[in-house]
Design a protein. Structure first.
Length: 341
């Protein structure tokens, strides 16, 4: 029997309970799956009408297993953690103080740099096999990849005392680079797809629906890493703080979107896997589960990092810890994760 590390519950009317040292998922009295708690890393609730017993919630809290809730479009609704994980006063104090110092700006610039480099590297990675078969596509995508990197020079010139002074400039650089990145992505689909370009809110096409749902899963993984590193996921730097907005999650996720989600979603469509929307333009249950499984498998995939190969999930955790040590002045600089191509 395969070991269940990531329990996905998406069927309407499901019940998650605790049975001995396992989580048990049933629906209308029928057993769906049992997952030993000792192997679990996350529980992902993605469907409506799902209920959990207090014993199941307590068991996950005691074992340090987060329970993430997503709506049907992949937007994070909330997460449950052990209260003990938030008792990291020194790190959180340093995090809040960094907002008004050059550390906050340095981190924001590092995140922006990582995003630009990973956008360029993914375009190069996915276009390299087109050099012989589709030279015109290869040339166009490589040109766009280089144009994304051209924005690094702008980024280096950004100076200021705090991130609040420079946020508008940083977001402008990111936005203009993103236009070139998504233009490059559009050339990389091997089959005809109805894709109007990148859309976030209110997207009703399959590609954007899959991207948005994948990002929702990635948000949960990044939030878990930040909490385990002792950081407050709601006190960000590049993204402005708002009530209920996990700004630091949105910060750190920027350097992982391309490698974890974009690459996976492009592969899903290039392999002609079914991504089905309902009449409201939302992913059907089977497509949500399929995308979640592919994203979680990608997170377990190894990538070069600091001279070795580590699962992407572990790299996210190490980057969160690097951020914590940087904010506490135990590390001289924050170096973003950049995937190879």
């Amino acid at each position: 029997m395969a070991i269940v590390q990531h329990l996905i519950v998406d069927e309407y009317g499901s019940f998650v309970g605790k049975k001995s040292e396992r989580l048990s998922v049933t629906c209308q009295g029928e057993k769906r799956i049992e997952a030993p708690i000792m192997h679990l890393e996350t529980v992902l609730i993605t469907g409506k009408g799902v209920s959990l017993s207090s014993d199941a919630v307590a068991a996950c809290a005691e074992a340090g297993i987060p329970i993430h809730f997503l709506d049907t479009q992949g937007h994070p609704v909330g997460s449950l953690y052990s209260a003990a994980l938030t008792a990291t006063i020194a790190t959180r104090r340093a995090q809040l103080q960094a907002r008004d110092s050059d550390k906050g700006l340095a981190f924001a610039k590092g995140i922006a740099e990582g995003k630009l480099r990973n956008q360029s590297n993914l375009l190069k990675y996915l276009s390299k096999n087109r050099r012989e078969k589709q030279p015109e596509v290869y040339t166009e995508v490589r040109l766009l990849a280089d144009e994304v990197l051209d924005h690094l020079a702008e980024l280096e010139r950004v100076t200021g005392a705090t991130v609040d002074e420079c946020r508008g400039v940083l977001l402008s650089i990111e936005g203009r680079a993103a236009q070139k990145y998504w233009a490059g992505v559009k050339h990389l689909f091997l089959t005809e797809v109805d894709w109007p370009g990148r859309r976030t809110q209110g997207a009703t096409d399959a590609v954007n629906a899959a991207l948005n749902y994948g990002y929702g899963i990635l948000y949960g993984q990044v939030e878990r890493a930040l909490v385990l590193a002792g950081l407050d996921p709601y006190a960000g730097f590049l993204h402005v703080d708002r009530p209920g907005k996990a700004s630091l999650v949105f910060d750190l996720v920027e350097e992982f979107r391309q490698t974890v989600v974009d690459r996976t979603v492009i592969a899903i469509f290039n392999r002609a896997m079914a991504v089905v929307l309902d009449e409201r333009g939302r992913l059907v249950e089977a497509s949500r589960r399929s995308i979640a499984e592919k994203i979680l498998a990608r997170l377990d995939g190894p990538e070069p990092y600091e001279g070795k190969r580590h699962p992407l999930r572990a790299i996210i955790q190490m980057q969160a810890r690097h951020l914590a040590t940087f904010l506490r002045s135990e590390r001289g600089a924050y170096e973003p994760f950049v995937a190879s191509w």
